[in-house]
Write a protein that binds this ligand. Structure first.
Ligand SMILES: CC(C)(COP(=O)(O)OP(=O)(O)OC[C@H]1O[C@@H](n2cnc3c(N)ncnc32)[C@H](O)[C@@H]1OP(=O)(O)O)[C@@H](O)C(=O)NCCC(=O)NCCS
Length: 327
């Protein structure tokens, strides 16, 4: 079967920095608490009027440059986001318009922090079956638009950003070796936005409570499931690729919390030097987190040609997934 390989990566983080010290002035928290519990020092916040698709356009420019492809070469755009520009049309359509990818189909994926991994799996399937050749995946979020900056349990965690990857049919032994996706909708209440959808429309029956349109989370519960499922998903893709954890050169996990990342690495028996983290700078950027981390890892020379990379993510839904890639 034809494998899909990543031939270009791009990343964008908005200019404005929201530091832990800034948050100390907004809610009852401290830099020490946030850093020791999460590993986060600062996160980026998009400007007013800077939409999710705008951030994607910036990431796309970098991905085109590194891939050597042009927008007109793209057959399919997948946009993973829970913070779309509009409810209709899709964010992938907005990106298509802005980057002028006139020959592409588009689709959005709503799988929260696991969205980019879902994109990898979809791209792999389409490329393997020859339906599409060049696929562009975006993981992008303007989480500041759904964050309650009066809730110290959540507002210290999240940030904005966008990452892009261009995949094409591999002509060598590199590419995606295995992927795994799973969800558990029974755990929907652990991480959710109660209002604004058909269940509780904003404005209907006098419901104008903006807080209902902001993210709520049971942090402790999410933490436990994250550790369990990220470990299990990782083991599964490693096995499906015919490998053992020792073979993996670098773990590039979803940047949710340094303690979740360390627990996942421990379950795999992977030493810290084989784990990539940039959570300190960006916080949890949901679907943008994995491509931002992959991009940084390549830029820093932590991923080289031929390396075996494991990526794993977990998020609201609940959803989770993992992929093993030979670079
Ligand atoms: C949110 C998270 C950092 C909280 O860390 P924790 O060690 O579980 O902390 P707890 O929730 O047990 O809270 C401990 C105490 O700190 C308090 N606290 C919570 N946020 C705080 C903050 N920003 N500053 C100071 N204190 C805070 C709590 O109120 C609680 O106080 P109490 O004992 O008086 O009630 C952690 O649960 C987490 O990262 N969960 C996963 C979140 C995640 O990744 N979500 C996205 C999915 S990808």
């Amino acid at each position: 079967m034809t494998r899909a390989k990543i031939i270009g990566l791009g990343a964008y983080a908005p200019e404005r920095i929201l530091s832990n010290h800034d948050l100390e002035k907004m809610v009852d928290t401290t830099d020490e608490w946030i850093f020791s519990r999460t590993g986060i020092r600062e996160r980026r916040i998009a400007a007013t009027g800077e939409d999710t698709s705008d951030m994607c356009v910036n990431a796309a420019a970098m991905a085109f440059e590194s891939s050597g492809l042009a927008a007109s070469d793209i057959d399919l755009i997948i946009a993973a986001t829970v913070t779309p520009d509009y409810r209709l049309p899709s964010t992938s359509c907005m990106i298509q318009k802005k980057i002028k990818a006139v020959n592409s189909a588009t689709m959005d994926v709503v799988a929260a922090c696991a969205g980019f991994i879902h994109g990898l799996s979809i791209a792999q399937a389409y490329i393997a079956t020859g339906v599409y050749r060049n696929i562009m995946i975006f993981g992008a979020e303007k989480l500041s638009s759904i964050t309650d900056y009066e809730d110290r349990n959540t507002c210290v965690l999240f940030g904005d950003g966008a990452g892009a990857a261009i995949l094409t049919a591999a002509d060598d032994d590199s590419g995606i070796l295995s992927t795994y996706l799973k969800s558990d909708g029974n755990l929907d209440r652990l991480l959710h936005i109660p209002g604004g959808g058909t269940n509780k429309p904003y404005g209907a029956n006098g419901n104008y409570d903006r807080k209902e349109t902001l993210l709520r989370m049971s942090g402790n519960e999410v933490f436990k499931y994250a550790v369990r499922h990220m470990g299990d998903a990782s083991m599964r893709v490693i096995k499906d690729a015919g490998l053992s954890p020792d073979d993996i050169d670098l773990l590039v996990p979803h940047q949710a919390n340094i303690r979740i990342i360390k627990a996942t690495a421990d379950r795999l028996g992977m030493p810290q030097e084989k784990v990539f983290m940039n959570i300190e700078k960006f916080g949890n950027t949901s679907a943008a987190s994995v491509p931002l981390a992959l991009h940084d890892a390549v830029q820093q020379g932590r991923i080289k040609k031929g390396d075996l990379v494991l990526s794993v993510a977990f998020g609201g839904g609940l959803t989770w997934g993992a992929a093993v890639i030979r670079w």
